[in-house]
Write a protein that binds this ligand. Structure first.
Ligand SMILES: NC(=O)c1ccc[n+]([C@@H]2O[C@H](COP(=O)([O-])OP(=O)(O)OC[C@H]3O[C@@H](n4cnc5c(N)ncnc54)[C@H](OP(=O)(O)O)[C@@H]3O)[C@@H](O)[C@H]2O)c1
Length: 166
């Protein structure tokens, strides 16, 4: 039985984005995202996918890209589209039983997806940034928290893993 996980990076105040993009650029910070998601399934909201596609001119390489949208289908791009997160998760479990499934933002997918995820792979960044989308507050007591790795340069940040208890 494969796993449903959630992966996110947030600054102080739980900011995850601003004006449609990630409001920091920290070399190396996304290496855990790449490592964990490569070879697996990433599920993301339409705006998050559009931002990635604008930058890369293609979906995230080496991963099965699944987009949640009620308005677009992306039929000419190598990806899947669903109108609800639940449909996307059910499809991924059925079609890719050997892969892990990562709910990868933005805000509404995190809000809805946090209850589905067995582990939260979070990057906490010690920056004060303005933003318009946020990672939801969640009850830390429901999880075991592990600090996987701490970084100090070019800013301080850390990789955390929260594993749901019981
Ligand atoms: N720091 C991080 O780890 C991280 C990760 C991901 C994204 N981000 C940032 O977050 C921002 C984008 O997030 P966002 O919250 O604004 O947008 P988003 O979740 O990426 O996309 C929103 C769109 O996705 C679809 N959607 C989302 N949830 C849905 C649901 N439950 N049911 C049906 N459709 C749903 C809708 O598309 P339609 O309108 O087409 O129906 C909605 O308009 C950007 O700034 C991005 O850089 C940060």
């Amino acid at each position: 039985m494969k796993k449903v996980f959630l992966i996110a990076a947030y600054a102080h105040n739980h900011v995850i984005g601003s004006n449609g993009s990630i409001p920091w650029n920290i070399p190396g910070e996304q290496s855990r995202f790449r490592k964990l998601t490569t070879g697996n399934v990433v599920i993301m909201g339409r705006k998050t996918f559009d931002e990635i596609f604008q930058k890369l001119k293609k979906p995230l390489p080496g991963r099965i890209n699944i987009i949640i949208s009620k308005t677009k289908t992306y039929s000419d791009i190598d990806c899947y589209t669903f109108s609800t997160l639940k449909e996307a998760v059910d499809f991924s479990i059925k079609e890719f039983p050997e892969k892990n499934i990562f709910i990868s933002g933005g805000e509404s997918l995190y809000k809805e997806g946090i209850s589905l995820a067995e582990k939260l792979f979070l990057t906490e960044i010690d920056l004060d940034v303005e933003g318009d989308v946020f990672f939801p507050k969640f009850c830390e007591n429901d999880y075991e928290k592990i600090i996987e790795e701490e970084f100090t340069k070019p800013v301080s940040y850390r990789y955390l893993t929260y594993t749901r208890l019981s």
